[in-house]
Design a protein. Structure first.
Lengths: 281, 706
């Protein structure tokens, strides 16, 4: 299983320039990707712009959105942004898309959430056409950036199998990932897609005693919309090397191809701590 | 701080247990139980707990646990009486206790801890109750739930069967299911002991049987007399007793949430689960434990405690309700299974809810599962069911496992590509009895993509023959579904998605109506009679080539929105002639013609099957009832095997990818249309495959290991 690391673009108060430092350190580490998250109604740096910047300071790592909320964006604009990042990075963009989970983001973007599933269906079909036909930057690869779809409803799995190149999971313990993985493989086979779907996972980390409280507080705040569930999510934060090791093992056993560890605190020192843990395994 | 005031509505097991556990956690709290009935009044007879629930009782409150275990009866067998045979499986530990004894224990313990119990107290105004916490433990018709219906949003669904809750002085030593048929229909009994002298005796039957028996018009005593006569052999001279027992339909309650402000629902007020899988009392008392635990964790933080309770219990109860629904629905359709032999019938009964499979049963009672194996294989030294051979006409498959290789698409001009060749040999080497390819085109126009394999050119059989012979050398047979893509044709290879039209070199499409598959798809031409003739001919000729290639089992593909499926579905067949319209009979005319032509071209010694659309997963689309009708028509035309698939009739459907999601379809096609079934769809373990094969749901399984 490959391991990636998130950039702190979704952590309030993070300086824009800190993302560059994170990306540089990630590139030097044992990581195969850098990931970003997407919120509109939250103190969050824009993920496509952030990956564009990360592309400029890295040469090796994949640039992955975990995930961009598709229906909040104009498809023509999103297609152009993605094509540009792919061209700029030499074909390193992995575009994860889903309908998102928070109504507040739809309100903030002025988009009605009602038809979001169908909107995402249409976007997925249209993105491919635009990448092939233009106008705009020509993606580095035939077929354009790698497209992932997230979500845990049966419709999301169906959408993934119909339009995407793989599946991206929204986080949780390995057994939750394993359940989703089984459905993703089932939907893939049912659609007659060749081979197996690449499966991407994500987990949050904050290593070291000094990071623990801030990390948990961030998790509670970021997931406040889930109500009482936020506390459970905060408890799942990986705070020790042992927890990281157990999570990596659990995800690998569940069939995860690439696990992106997203930060819960924005100190760039976190990348090096995580690098030490991951290299030592 | 002033002690919190808790009012519990309902003095059943849920309310009493919750009151005493809350009082235990917060001794200073002022806890009152309000019950409409007098102390000691109870309806129903005994209740059942599993050994796991008992363990939870011990952890929650030792004295009640001891009092319950002093009084309960324990057993570990399930007996099934069916067609005068008794089939018994052990290792299922249950405890039963009289409901009235349980209530007495709980009431005494509650009073001992200082809970105030007020019986014969009617509450008029639930919303006006003065309390910090209101616990709605007031049963299936909960007033508390009713007072905030907009928040709890309960959904009540009624079961189709009628049932009545009797007691008997016939002493049982197991959980007992009895099936009896008379002129009126099929009746079933769910019975279990609850104290040393009596047992619970629930009688259930379908609505029609109930009416034919005149039980809709019968009084309490007439009903008892009827049942005593029907079950005279089983009661062995003992009597049935009524406790204001009425024939009713089981109501399943589901609520969107179980809490609202300072109000929380518990037990039947929040949820019910069909009695055939265990008692509601068990769920209710587990709720009480969880609620008290929430308070233990959060002290006086009421919202946090209630949130914790709901977070912990709701998913558990919902899973239990799903299994209970499976079980309820099994007992509602028992009539469909009475053709099964007793061993098979009983095995399906044990595994009906999905909570117990072949492997679990082996852990609980290895000797019973050995008997199942021996019966299934018809020999003394017997492997598990999926390792027994299956005969279809002259084809003998070495076991019950089919493999579906899913390699890259690297064919061209209808020739199978190297990865298909690889996949087939690897699956055959891996031990599967049958290797099942993807759809194989009957004509160049019938291909899905330019890479689709086909059997439409004179040179094709030779290319296939190598593949088939390699599989045969490894002991596997090869199954090929012949198909025509219809309006889903002329698309790109499926590396980056499906149903993406080719950018150039498209070929013309045909369909029952001129409806494109997606907004981007090329519209098909509506088929005329001569087009149909051509397709029938293509299928028959492809069957001849399949024979040349040495294919063992041929299937006609009628699913997933391809040509024949698009004739079957009312969503995609808008024709007004005799091949379309509202009647399935018309819509299946052309697919059946094709099947007949293939049957005629395919030797009688070789089996011919069909891939059948079990459901379109879309409103207004084809449903399982239609699929059963199609399978019946196919069976009459010499069909030896059906494989259900679902969805893809139209894009944007509503799929269901749960574990073994096609098994209910395979079950109905097999047991109603009487055709052997090949079942795929998220069957990841041999335990599940053995369950489906031994339980008469499938004859062959596609195993998809993780």
């Amino acid at each position: 299983m490959r391991v990636g690391v998130g950039l702190p673009n979704g952590i309030p108060g993070t300086e824009a320039t800190a993302l560059l430092e994170w990306a540089r350190r990630a590139e030097r580490g044992p990581f195969t990707s850098v990931g970003v998250v997407d919120r509109i109604a939250y103190d969050c740096h824009e993920p496509m712009a952030a990956l564009s910047a990360a592309a400029a300071v890295t040469e090796r790592v994949s640039l992955v959105t975990m995930v961009v909320i598709g229906p909040l964006r104009n498809t023509a604009v999103l297609a152009k942004e993605a094509a540009f990042i792919d061209a700029l990075s030499g074909g390193r963009l992995v575009l994860g898309l889903s309908v998102g989970a928070r109504e507040a983001d739809y309100e903030a973007a002025g988009v009605a959430p009602r038809e979001r599933g169908r909107t995402l269906d249409r976007q997925l079909a249209e993105l491919r056409d635009r990448w092939e036909e233009g106008p705009g930057s020509r993606p580095a690869r035939d077929g354009g950036p790698v497209l992932l779809v997230g979500g845990t409803s049966d419709r999301a799995f169906g959408r993934m199998a119909r339009y995407a190149d793989g599946y991206v999971h929204g986080g949780g313990p390995p057994r939750a990932f394993a359940r989703a993985a089984e459905r993703a493989r089932t939907a893939w086979a049912d659609a007659g897609r060749p081979g197996r779907p690449p499966l991407w996972g994500q987990s949050y980390f904050a290593l070291g005693d000094d990071a623990l409280d801030a990390g948990r507080a961030y998790m509670r705040d970021y997931y406040a919309f889930t109500g009482p569930f936020a506390e459970r999510i905060a408890e799942g934060l990986l705070t020790t090397p042992q927890q990281v090791a157990a999570q990596l093992r659990g995800y690998a056993e569940a069939g995860c191809d690439e696990l992106v560890l997203l930060p819960a605190v924005s100190d760039p020192e976190q990348v090096d701590r995580l690098a030490d843990v991951v290299s030592g395994l | 701080m002033k002690p919190i005031r808790v009012v519990v509505l309902g003095g059943g097991p849920a309310g009493l247990y919750a009151s005493l556990l809350l009082k235990r956690v917060s001794p200073k709290a002022d806890v009152t139980v309000l019950e409409r009935n007098p102390a000691g009044a109870t309806y129903g007879w005994g209740v059942v707990f599993s050994d796991r629930t008992l363990t939870e009782f011990r952890e929650a409150d030792q004295p009640t646990y001891e009092a319950i275990t002093d009084r309960f009866v324990l057993w570990d067998a399930i007996d099934i009486h069916y067609r005068d045979e008794l089939i018994r499986s052990g290792g299922h530990v249950f405890a039963g206790i009289a409901r009235v004894a349980l209530l007495g224990i709980l009431a005494r313990r509650a009073e001992e801890l200082g809970v105030e119990l007020r019986f014969e107290t009617e509450v008029e105004d639930v919303a006006g109750l003065d309390a910090d916490l209101v616990v709605g433990a007031d049963g299936v018709n909960s007033l508390v739930r009713g007072a905030h219906e907009d928040v709890f949003r309960p959904r009540l669904t009624s079961g189709r069967s009628r049932y009545v809750w009797y007691g008997t002085d016939r002493v049982l030593d197991s959980f007992t299911f009895i099936f009896r048929e008379n002129d009126h229909g099929l009746f079933q009994v769910h019975a279990y002991p609850f104290d040393g002298t009596r047992s619970t005796w629930v009688v259930e039957c379908d609505e029609e049987t109930w009416r034919r028996a005149g039980l809709d018009a019968a009084g309490e005593e007439e009903s008892i007399a009827y049942c005593e006569k029907l079950f005279a052999d089983d009661l062995r001279g003992h009597s049935l007793f009524s406790n204001r027992s009425q024939w009713i339909n089981f109501v399943t309650v589901r609520s969107r949430t179980w809490r609202h402000g300072n109000v929380v629902l518990l037990g039947d007020a929040a949820h019910t689960a069909h009695f055939s899988i265990g008692s509601g009392t068990k769920l209710a008392m587990e709720d009480a434990i969880s609620l008290a635990r929430g308070f233990e964790r959060h002290g006086d933080d009421l919202p946090a405690a209630l949130a914790d309770y709901e977070l912990e219990r709701k998913p558990v109860v919902e899973r239990f309700q799903e299994a209970a629904d499976e079980s309820r629905s099994w007992f509602e359709r028992t009539r469909r299974y009475v053709h099964l032999e007793p061993m098979r019938f009983a095995f399906y009964l044990f595994t009906r809810s999905g909570r117990i499979d072949y492997d679990n049963l082996r852990l609980r009672d290895p000797a019973y599962v050995d008997r199942v194996d021996r019966w299934f294989a018809g020999r003394d030294v017997a492997p598990p069911p999926i390792h027994t051979p299956l005969r279809l006409r002259d084809l003998v498959l070495r076991n019950r496992v089919a493999a579906r290789p899913g390699g890259e698409e690297d064919g061209g001009n209808g020739f199978p590509g190297p990865s298909l060749e690889d996949g087939v040999s690897r699956a055959a080497d891996g031990g599967a009895a049958l290797v099942l390819t993807g759809p194989v085109a009957v004509s160049a126009e019938g291909r899905i993509t330019p890479a689709s394999p086909g059997l439409y050119r004179a040179e094709h059989p030779a290319a296939w023959r190598d593949i088939v012979e390699r599989a045969h050398a490894s002991g596997a047979a090869v199954a090929v579904p012949l198909g025509h893509a219809g309006r889903r044709g002329s698309t790109r290879p499926r590396g980056h998605g499906i149903d993406r039209p080719l950018p150039r070199d498209n070929w013309p499409l045909v369909g029952p109506s001129a409806l494109p598959y997606t907004e981007r798809s090329q519209p098909p031409r509506k088929m005329e009679r001569r087009d149909m003739d051509a397709v029938v001919r293509d299928f028959a000729e492809a069957a001849g080539r399949a024979l040349d290639a040495g294919v063992d089992l041929l299937l006609v593909h009628m699913a997933h929105g391809y040509l024949l499926a698009s004739f079957l579905s009312p969503l995609t067949n808008l024709r007004l002639d005799r091949y379309g319209g509202r009647l399935l009979e018309n819509r299946m005319r052309f697919p059946l013609e094709v099947f007949e032509a293939v049957r005629a071209a395919w030797p009688d010694t070789r089996p011919l099957g069909a891939v059948v659309q079990a459901s379109d997963w879309a409103p207004g689309g084809l449903e399982l009832d239609d699929a059963v009708a199609v399978a019946r028509a196919l069976a009459e035309r010499g069909c030896d095997l059906v494989m259900p698939l679902a969805g893809q009739a139209v894009p944007g459907d509503r799929p269901r990818f749960g574990r073994a999601y096609l098994a209910p379809a395979a079950d109905r096609l097999r047991n109603e249309a009487g055709v052997p079934t090949l079942c795929g769809g998220a069957i990841a373990t041999t335990g599940l495959a053995n369950t489906l094969v031994a339980g008469a749901r499938a004859d062959l399984c596609v195993l998809d290991p993780d």
